[in-house]
Design a protein around this ligand. Structure first.
Ligand code: DGT
Ligand code: CA
Ligand code: CA
Ligand code: ZN
Length: 596
């Protein structure tokens, strides 16, 4: 953890606690503003951490905040944070994470009804006393109840955006041991699932004891659950800062380590990547051809008792997954489609979309609305990713919380875009777009003339996300069919483990999207992944085109692309169906086709 990330975490913790204590808005804002400016600050703080002057030169950082950063740097703590934490029950912060509950309401619950935790919140719902709070009606209570139920049933699985960086750190750590020949993750993580139950890591070594010992000394390991020669399991802490601002209630994750000999690497990786259903099907295929397949290899059946490897029978394939699939006359299935969901009908492996295919970002915010990057920073990041096109799509006016743009501000933005086009000429094509709200009734937040004047329109639902499926379908169809709309952004509005979102009739959306040549977004943020894998599969089969976009708010959001791509791959998406993978000419041909 760097001083910058620690400062961001502590200052936002302070801001939240001040808010819960009802402290004056000025103090809250000073901390919140500092968080935003540190998030936008490109450099690390360590080199300037002794110098109050250089710290206060960062916009949004005043003398008081600078003092706190210096204190954190020298002592590892901020005394103000510690003092506040003695006043505010830390379990109250979890109540704040319930969707639909803001700091004002939570403070009232705490003051008037002694709510200090999620359990207390359940109590005041159960005895009805929650209804005595100002502006709290039965409708709001029902929403909170639904959110709690949803969090409860889904909070155990860890989102990929937290699991994958953790797994990568651990693999990096494991590889420090000279005894490790190979180390990779397997299981649902390798299959790119949006959430994982646990993390499976496979290593090849000829010294299992040394590797086990090294694993059990890993940082963040909390408790050893099992440990043997070929298999160990341990519980690891999920660091508070994992995945940026911690947006999961999960505090620990199990990691299973499997140790194999290098020779049998392919057979073991195939087995532990799963899915279980894919493995079962593949073993049936093997059996029909007179083979036995297990985690040690593929063996020709020979009469006798017991597993072939313990009878001294040599495997006919085991070093790589590809050679095992080839022996069984099967395509080398990419991990993401190993779900026994029709892949065994394929005669050739599909060429699925890859991160390297993506050449454009078409959904990105700047500081003009709720992004943390300036227009120039955003453009520079897009260029450094090798993209040929970037669409700037700030929020529309109804998104008040996101500081959505009035038409006047939108017009001012055009001037900045034109200046930037000149400055970055020949490096990237910059589109002036917007992310327009799809209002509750399906109408759009700007008039048609304004929408037509913009180069590119992403239309997304942000409010009324508990609408019934019929109303939601009609609402989204309106946006898809609108002649100025290019992309339907995060179509359901779901948030993984937190909010179910809309449940539109996907087939109807797909039919309309095909007819009107509107792209359906796979929002790559790991909290959204919306459309989800099953929707992608349905829509890809139906011939829809897709946009895989990062919905950039922070520089780091560009790194979420891999999760969006993984979701696309799980939906069998090929590059030709993804507008971000088109060449410059084809992409702009499609974009302009909606501006005639
Ligand atoms: P998860 O952890 O719930 O997100 O899902 P997975 O797929 O990672 O499942 P996990 O961790 O229980 O097991 C990892 C892989 O090991 C699984 O994908 C396939 C293989 N595996 C585990 N148990 C069995 C089993 O009983 N039969 C078969 N054929 N394979 C298994
Ligand atoms: Ca697993
Ligand atoms: Ca496992
Ligand atoms: Zn957005």
């Amino acid at each position: 953890m760097t001083l910058k990330s620690d400062s961001i975490r502590s200052l936002s913790h302070i801001a939240t606690m001040l808010e819960l204590l009802g402290e004056d808005a000025f103090r809250v804002n000073a901390n919140a503003r500092a968080v935003r400016s540190l998030e936008a600050f490109p450099d690390e703080l360590e080199p300037i951490a002794d110098d109050q002057k250089q710290l206060t030169a960062i916009p949004g950082i005043g003398a008081k905040i600078a003092q706190k950063i210096i204190e954190l740097h020298t002592s590892g703590r901020i005394s103000e944070e510690d003092e506040l934490a003695r006043k505010v029950p830390q379990t109250l912060l979890e109540v704040l994470e319930v969707p639909g509950l803001g700091p004002k309401t939570v403070r009232l619950m705490w003051e008037q009804q002694q709510v200090e935790s999620i359990d207390d919140l359940r109590r005041i719902i159960a005895d009805g006393s929650i209804l005595t709070l100002p502006r709290m009606g039965q409708k709001s209570v029902d929403k909170i109840t639904a959110a709690l139920a949803f969090m409860e049933t889904s909070s155990e699985r860890l989102p990929i955006g937290i699991a994958q960086p953790l797994a990568e750190l651990l693999i990096e750590y494991l590889r420090q041991s000279p005894e490790i020949i190979k180390a990779e993750f397997a299981g649902s993580l390798r299959r790119g699932q949006e959430t994982v139950g646990d993390i499976d890591i496979l290593v090849a070594t000829s010294n299992p004891a040394a590797v086990t010992k090294h694993f059990l000394a890993a940082p963040n390991l909390e408790e050893v659950l099992a440990s043997g020669d070929t298999k160990s399991s341990a519980r690891f802490a999920v660091p508070e800062s994992a995945g940026g601002k911690r947006k999961t209630t999960a505090r620990a994750i199990q990691i299973d380590l499997r140790i194999v000999e290098q020779d049998a690497w392919g057979a073991a990786l195939l087995y532990f990547t799963g899915s279980k259903e894919h493995g079962v099907h593949l073993r049936t295929v093997a059996r029909k051809q007179g083979f036995t397949l297990n985690e040690y290899g593929l063996f020709k059946d020979e009469p006798g008792e017991g597993p072939p490897q313990s009878r001294g029978i040599a495997p006919i394939a085991h070093a790589t997954e590809a050679e095992i699939y080839a022996q069984l006359d099967q395509p080398a299935f990419p991990p993401e489609i190993r779900e026994d969901m029709g892949e065994f009908d394929l005669t050739e492996a599909p060429r699925l979309i890859e991160v390297a295919d993506i050449k454009a970002e078409l959904h990105a915010h700047t500081r003009a609305s709720d992004g943390r990057l300036s227009l120039h920073q955003l453009i520079e990041h897009a260029i450094s990713r090798g993209f040929h096109t970037l669409a700037v799509t700030d929020h529309s006016r109804s998104s008040v919380q996101a500081n959505g743009l009035s038409i006047e501000r939108l017009q001012e933005q055009r001037q900045h875009i034109e200046d930037a086009r000149e400055q970055f000429e020949g490096q990237i094509t910059i589109l002036h777009g917007c992310e327009v709200d799809i209002l509750t009734d399906g109408s759009l937040d700007y008039d048609d003339e304004t929408l037509h004047w913009l180069d590119l329109v992403v239309a997304s639902p942000h409010v009324a996300l508990t609408q019934d499926p019929k109303t939601a379908t009609k609402r989204l169809l309106n946006a898809i069919e609108h002649p100025c709309v290019h992309i339907l952004g995060h179509p359901t509005g779901r948030l993984i483990n937190r909010r179910e979102g809309l449940s539109p009739a996907i087939n109807e959306l797909v039919a309309a999207a095909v007819e009107h040549e509107t792209a359906l977004e796979i929002n790559a943020h790991w909290q959204r992944l919306d459309l989800r894998d099953t929707h992608v599969r349905a829509a890809a089969t139906g011939g829809a085109r897709f946009a895989i976009d990062c919905d950039v708010h922070h520089a780091a959001d560009f790194d979420n692309l891999r999760y969006g791509v993984a979701t696309g791959r799980r939906g069998w998406l090929e590059p030709a169906q993804c507008v971000n993978a088109l060449g410059h000419k084809d992409l702009h041909g499609w974009i302009k086709s909606k501006r005639v």
